[in-house]
Design a binder for this molecule. Structure first.
Ligand code: SF4
Length: 293
């Protein structure tokens, strides 16, 4: 695939992510509306969010004014070069910013200067994996700042939470994060979790859980059961859409794990808001496909 077509495809990926809510998220919000029941204000809040998303899609405008940080998760075969993918993604990011698909969101923490084009050290955030098979797979998350702020990392045991070094401790950490996110993270949210790992890898893996489909089942039956239990518990907190009360506090709980050092037990929780922007694309034999329209 030539560089110009790759850049164009990645621009399209960014446009789709920023302006179109994925079908699994829309379906989860519809389930939330049904759960809230006729005339409930929480259901009305969800309907307004869906209407907002519909108008964004129809007008090709961002779903939220904060278009978030760009996280690219890339798997590429021998027919692609990492450097070229990265250059094309950077160029697509600049164009998306110029065309108001993205808000300029990259700020130098020392000078306070905004780069104006979403480029800078760590922006976009790339995660590359080389594979043996030919082709390219790119998954993009646009992660809003308000929801990023309410993510949390715990070191078990945690005396404040009375959380030990076990799955019950993990459960307490997740509940604590969602409880503390109320009024801040633009609920209903989705939580991506990593149990274990080191401080860096754990947060990275928690974000990768947000790439899962909301309707999937965790292949680890123990974690699958914990996800189901937490869905019920978290939606029983009463926080609800936008924090105004209701039965729909989260749309999904996705938990992964990494091996840990004997001395460490980290739990990382990444929270994303209802404006859960993700888009996936594949390139095979020169043909570009997106996972949904
Ligand atoms: S947390 Fe999400 S919905 Fe709320 S302002 Fe940020 S991007 Fe928008």
């Amino acid at each position: 695939m030539d560089r110009g077509r790759l850049e164009e495809s990645l621009f399209d990926l960014i446009r789709r992510a920023s302006t179109s809510l994925p079908p699994d998220v829309v379906a989860a919000m519809r389930r939330g509306i049904a759960a809230e029941g006729e005339g409930a204000s929480a259901g009305t809040s969800l309907e307004l969010m869906l209407e907002n998303a519909k108008q964004a899609r129809e007008g090709t405008t961002p779903i939220c004014q904060d278009t978030g940080a760009l996280l690219f998760f890339v798997e590429y075969g021998p027919d692609f070069r990492q450097k070229e993918i990265e250059e094309a993604a950077r160029a697509a990011t600049v164009r998306a910013t110029e065309e108001y698909i993205l808000r300029p969101n990259a700020v130098d923490p020392v000078t306070g200067a905004n780069s104006g084009n979403n480029l800078g050290p760590g922006s976009p955030d790339f995660h590359f994996n080389q594979r043996d098979e030919e082709g390219l797979r790119v998954r993009l998350l646009l992660k809003g700042g308000g929801s990023e702020n309410v993510g949390a990392q715990y070191k078990l045991p945690d005396g404040r939470l009375k959380a030990g070094r076990d799955l019950e401790g993990v459960r307490k950490c997740i509940i604590d994060t969602v409880y503390n996110a109320q009024g801040k993270g633009c609920a209903p949210g989705v939580v991506g979790v990593c149990a274990g790992g080191n401080r860096g890898s754990s947060f990275g893996w928690s974000k990768e859980q947000l790439l899962r489909d909301l309707g999937d089942t965790n292949p680890d039956p123990v974690l699958a059961e914990l996800e189901n239990t937490l869905m019920e518990e978290l939606n029983g907190l009463g926080i609800g859409p936008s924090g105004f009360g209701g039965k729909t506090t989260v749309l999904g709980v996705k938990i992964g794990k990494q091996h840990r050092l004997p001395a460490c037990f980290f739990v990382s929780v990444s929270y994303t808001c209802w404006a859960y922007r993700k888009a996936f694309m594949s390139v095979q034999g020169g043909e570009v496909t997106y996972d949904w329209d």
